[in-house]
Design a protein around this ligand. Structure first.
Ligand code: NDP
Length: 267
């Protein structure tokens, strides 16, 4: 029996138990997957309690990904570069920290949506935790260039420096986005959560694949993409399911089928 859970605050809304229950059914692996609400300053205590009760592993969501990064005793390269952990596997006395968010995004783009990222120009809006988590997996696909545009330009410039060793990156302020088409635009700002759209040049969306990391509703970014002739407009539900599938594989070694789960959630 795999004893799993997701930690967050809030956590009631989490779709992870539903997703992992479907993966368990598909693969025939026995899984118990709970939602655990941890106090804002009490992640370590709750996580340790779960480990003492025989946890096999767990997911970590907002706002504990940095706590989990510090709590892990060993980190994968993905987790190190992301500076955050969303998956922990208990391996004897080691707590192995991984970050599957970026792998989830790339798997959704490449495998589910058929988008080849090689030699493409990618524009990421935002330079927060989500951007830091997706940069390495995106750069591993050998795009021509990954541009990071952020409201606070210095954060984008910092990410450019941190990731320069992994590929062609550049970081600048949102106002510097040119009024000319790019291949892929990823909205990794939290503006959608507030019902807002970063104020950027419209021409960059012409013919582009526009992906909002947020899921669950039509966002102003998706409306903007439609109004400006994007070729494909997608929300982050596929990324959510794919990051869960990567976590499931990290714990069990079995790769679940994500298509049916996505269809069920969309319904
Ligand atoms: P952070 O708080 O770390 O960063 C927020 C970013 O958004 C910053 O770059 C900030 O700019 C920018 N921003 C916020 N409001 C605006 C605005 N009105 N206009 C322009 N820029 C704005 O958040 P995360 O990186 O953790 O999360 C970003 C999004 O990604 C969230 O919507 C989250 O739900 C989603 N996400 C989805 C996942 C999935 O599985 N689908 C997984 C992980 C995240 P500044 O630096 O100037 O403040």
């Amino acid at each position: 029996m795999y004893n799993l859970a997701v930690f967050g605050n809030p956590i009631a809304h989490s779709l992870s138990p539903t997703i992992h229950a479907e993966f368990a059914q598909q693969t025939g692996i026995e899984v118990n997957y709970d939602k655990i609400l941890a106090p804002i300053d009490g992640f370590n205590h709750k996580a340790q309690q779960f480990i003492d009760e025989g946890a096999t592993g767990f997911n970590i969501t907002v706002p504990f990904k940095l706590d989990a990064y510090n709590f892990a005793t060993k980190l994968t390269l993905n987790a190190k570069t992301a500076g955050a952990v969303n998956t922990i596997k208990v391996e004897g006395s080691e707590l192995v920290g991984e970050n599957t968010d970026g792998i989830g995004l790339v798997n959704d783009l490449v495998n589910n949506l058929g988008v080849n990222l090689k030699d493409k120009t990618i524009l990421i809006l935002g330079a927060g935790g989500a951007t830091q988590g997706i940069l390495l997996p995106l750069l591993k696909e050998n795009p021509k260039r990954v541009m990071i545009a952020n409201r606070t330009a210095s954060k984008a410039q910092q990410l450019q420096q941190d990731f320069a060793q992994y590929g062609n990156t550049c970081g600048f302020g949102l106002e510097k986005i040119k009024n000319e088409p790019v291949d892929v635009i990823i909205n990794a700002t939290s503006a959608s959560l507030d019902g807002k759209m970063p104020n950027i040049a419209n021409g960059c969306a012409d013919g582009a694949i526009c992906y909002d990391l947020m899921y669950g509703k039509q966002t102003p970014f998706m409306d903007w993409a439609k109004a400006n002739n994007a070729s494909m407009i997608v929300d982050g539900l596929g990324m959510l399911v794919e990051q869960a599938a990567s976590s499931f594989e990290f714990w069990t070694g079995k790769k679940p089928n994500t298509q049916k789960v996505m269809e069920n959630l969309r319904r």
